[in-house]
Design a protein. Sequence first.
Length: 263
Amino acid sequence: MKEIIPKIYKLETQEERLNFFENLWSTDLFKIFIRSENPVVQMIKRNYIKYPRYYYYMQDRDKERAAFTSWYNVLSLKKYENSYIQDLYYFHELTHIATMTYEPDLDFKSWCIKMRNNEVLASMNSEVLIYFYIPEYRQYTFKEEIWVDRFLNKDYYKSLANQDLAQLAIDLTSKRANAYENPKDAVEQILSDFRQFSHLYYNVWKKHYVELETVLRNFYKGDVVGFETFLQKNQSKSGILFKDKVEKHQKNYIKRNKLRPNY
Ligand SMILES: [Zn+2]
């Protein structure tokens, strides 16, 4: 891997990407999981190694926590005290990278919906389905109740996890959509609040999302140089990408610091 611009490293070959993907994980449970036949993790791996990928060492974790670099194909490396939560973070971000679509023609409202739907995909993977993929994982993560707890011990969902992962995803994504739109209790309210918070991020990008979506769409058609030039043009002296946007959204974050961080 090479540092293409300060603090941003490129995984140029498929072999480098596979190696990076396989060595990113801290917990034994995740190390086993990513080598399993699970169709979702296999899809993420296939997609991840297909194109040039980039990663970045966060310079200031507090300030940059709201950066969402995965949207533009740069994985921010972060250390968490709890390595099980750290692996969830990477699973979440890699889901974004593997499934993000780029549609510069969308008007702002439609673009927000595109972004929101991608957030649902990543969250379903790292906050819900993962606990069915690896049932023993839950005991190592959050002490407080999380949304998935209300389904984990129900026979119906447990049997779907063994027999029909697609149906499990369909059922729980539908329930999750309801929780976002029409929260019924405090746990669902957290999900709904987080969605509103994400909209503040989209607002920060309102004037510039078309440019970014265009550059990324061209990247996936082969214009790697155009993409790297774009990153370089938008990197601050300290290495932060799109620093003005990061700082703006950080202010939103401070205002809403009661929310749990995105993991
Ligand atoms: Zn996300």
